[in-house]
Design a protein around this ligand. Structure first.
Ligand SMILES: C[S@@+](CC[C@H](N)C(=O)[O-])C[C@H]1O[C@@H](n2cnc3c(N)ncnc32)[C@H](O)[C@@H]1O
Length: 635
């Protein structure tokens, strides 16, 4: 597979490994509900560090990643500041922010994205997928990078979202009105997307059987392409009609045709009672013609299109943000909530863990809360935003979405939505009458066709309730007629409910700093990181009867950490792995495993010192990993 070459690639290739682990520090006052690092999170900090901090708890656990990174348009003001230890890249820091004049801006963007994408992949679950919005500035380079990091076999699709509803520059011949949404899976064989609900499909099932089930009958004779006996010889055979005469497929011009099903298929219909004979007149004679009966699906669906022109645009998402904050443009590039809802519908996991590490105005959290409120789902979100507005914009929007907010703006309600087929299009007058009827029923007789029946109008306005709308708007978009009631409102938008914890990133856990005792992380922070680096797994809630020093269990071992962020303790004999401790650990592990019907696992113990021989360790099924404090003790 061809690989992309860019300046700095060799330095960022494994940069994610050198990024220090920094624990998440909850700021209870800025969240909603009790601080809980396993619940919804909004993290203020550089996402490279934040993603690393999430690994111990969430590696392999995120089901959906949506990111909307800087598009590298040349005027976004983003900076390259990852502190990669290479002279050329240190020089890059002096030419921040990255603007359109910068000849290396594509290299810088790729260097910025590479380690983040590697970490995002580590966080993704086996059934998970990543969705990335971009435009023509970087989409082609991003695909090459994603092919390399995720594997080109895991490319799912590139969707186009129509982001503007009128050209944004009338002086040029061509102006892009769409963004891309790239989708890759962690493992395409495990990802299961849902098709789109398409109620319009039910229109084709116009008949009802005695039990009320909707169905349609389709001629068994094939028509059109490949419909001759010579095209499908095995599908030309006799079927006895209700009078016992053999019927062969025959076109009206006398040519021998073929059935749309083979002998086995026809037999299956006969057994199921879905082969239907109808009496028809042909060339002045009554003949029997076979049909197959198809019942309407319980849930009508169709594959999602890759062009998303039916979603709100940037203009509408900015208007939504204006409504929430009650002020003019607080953020330039919010995505519509509906775009993320569309992705969540496709992913269709009501318990999904959803991560957005370029959070901006917090649209992703808003979409998650909205989806949960709508379907009772248990989705969770993790947002990361590096700018200072993480609190005042990102988190504040989420607070308002949860608690509700005073709102004044335009509200729309769909009153009629119909797919207009060519046949329906020919009945334009009927549709116009329907629209007029809606206007009258809504007490907007003035807007209805002046030529309509006056008696009907008078009746409608007499019976109409209080006016619900200021006006009725109708339009046809992509072959769908929509009639919407529009009203100006000033009211309280209902809160969607929910909670979140606001966090920052704590001091880096650097094992070499333990040597000097200079920086001692909390037990949980060090434990989470050691557990992840030793096992590649994430810490789970402890069992109720967990003894002191227990971190958790991996597939083949129990992991322990003898540690307190206290110099005196670390230098004392209390911090050592001694025989009685090893025995107690082994006994507890044994009982715990046997109680769950599992074979006893081994043990890995992190501690500053041990007073056990290698043989004693082996006898207790134990591996010992020294904390750097052991060295300190000897200094
Ligand atoms: C295009 S905006 C995302 C907009 C968002 N989708 C919305 O609907 O509001 C990109 C965001 O990523 C943030 N960002 C860029 N680089 C970052 C980094 N290294 N760490 C954290 N956030 C970053 C920017 O501050 C900006 O808010």
């Amino acid at each position: 597979m061809p690989e992309i070459v860019f300046k700095g690639k060799e330095y960022v290739y494994n940069h994610h490994l050198t990024v220090p682990y920094r624990p998440l520090v909850a700021d209870a006052a800025k969240g909603i509900g009790p601080a809980d690092l396993s619940g919804n999170l909004i993290i203020h900090g550089d996402n490279l560090h934040a993603l690393k901090s999430l690994l111990p708890r969430y590696a392999g656990a995120v089901d959906l990643i949506f990111i909307d990174p800087p598009y590298n348009t040349g005027n976004e003001g983003w900076c390259y500041s990852d502190g990669v230890n290479s002279p050329i890249m240190k020089e890059w820091l002096s030419t921040n922010p990255v603007d359109g004049e910068d000849m290396l801006r594509h290299d810088k963007w790729l260097c910025m994205m590479w380690p983040r994408l590697v970490l995002l992949r580590e966080l993704l679950s086996e059934r998970g997928s990543i969705w990335i919005t971009l435009d023509d500035n970087e989409v082609h380079r991003a695909r090459m990078v994603l092919d390399e990091i995720f594997g080109d076999e895991n490319f799912v699709n590139c969707f186009a979202w129509r982001k503007v509803d009128s050209p944004n520059d009338n002086k040029v011949a061509v102006t892009p009105d769409h963004d891309y949404v790239l989708c890759y899976s962690k493992d395409k064989s495990q990802v299961q997307f849902s098709p789109m609900l398409a109620l319009g499909i039910l229109d084709a099932y116009g008949s009802k059987d005695a039990t009320g089930r909707a169905y349609r009958d389709r001629l068994l004779k094939k028509n059109g392409k490949n419909s001759l006996r010579t095209d499908r010889p095995t599908m030309y055979f006799a079927i006895p009609d209700p009078d016992g005469n053999d019927v062969y497929p025959m076109h009206d011009n006398g040519e021998e045709a073929c059935w749309a099903a083979g002998p086995k298929g026809v037999e299956a219909h006969l057994q199921a009672g879905t082969l239907i004979w109808k009496r028809k007149e042909k060339f002045g004679q009554q003949v029997w013609e076979p049909y197959t009966r198809e019942y309407a699906p319980d849930i009508p669906t169709r594959p999602y299109p890759t062009i998303w022109a039916d979603l709100p645009t940037m203009r509408q998402s900015k208007a939504m943000l204006r409504d929430i904050f009650g002020t003019v443009d607080v953020f330039d590039t919010p995505k519509p909530v509906e775009l993320i809802e569309r992705i969540m519908d496709l992913v269709n996991q009501p318990d999904a863990l959803i991560l957005d590490s370029f959070a901006g105005s917090g649209t992703t959290a808003h979409a998650v809360l909205k989806a949960n409120a709508k379907d009772g789902g248990q989705r969770k979100f993790i947002l990361v935003e590096g700018e200072d507005y993480a609190d005042k914009l990102t988190a504040e929007r989420v607070r308002r979405a949860i608690q509700g907010y005073a709102w004044s703006g335009t509200q729309r309600e769909i009153l009629l939505e119909e797919k207009i087929t060519l046949t329906q299009f020919k009945k334009a007058d009927d549709w116009l009458k329907k629209i007029d009827a809606i206007k009258r029923a809504e007490g907007l007789a003035d807007e209805a066709d002046k030529g309509a029946d006056l008696v009907e109008q008078a009746q409608a306005s007499a019976t109409s309730k209080r006016k619900r709308f200021d006006k009725i708007e109708s339009r046809i978009d992509d072959g769908v007629l929509r009639v919407e009631g529009v009203r100006r409102v000033s009211q309280m938008a209902d809160g969607l409910g929910g909670e979140f914890t606001y966090c920052t990133l704590g001091e880096a856990v650097e094992l070499d700093k333990l040597l000097s005792g200079e920086r001692l992380p909390a037990f949980e922070a060090l434990g989470a990181w050691l557990f992840y680096t030793a096992t590649g797994g994430t810490l789970q809630p402890l069992p109720k009867n967990a003894p002191p020093h227990y971190l958790g269990e991996a597939q083949d071992k129990h992991v322990w950490l003898i540690y307190q962020p206290d110099l005196r303790f670390l230098k004392s004999a209390d911090a050592a792995l001694i025989l009685s401790r090893a025995q107690a650990m082994q006994q507890w592990g044994h009982d715990h495993d046997v109680a769950r019907g599992q074979p006893p696992k081994g043990h890995l113990v992190f501690a500053p010192a041990k007073y056990l021989s290698n043989k004693q360790l082996k006898d207790h099924g134990m591996d010992y990993a020294p904390l750097p404090f052991a060295l300190y003790r000897e200094c």
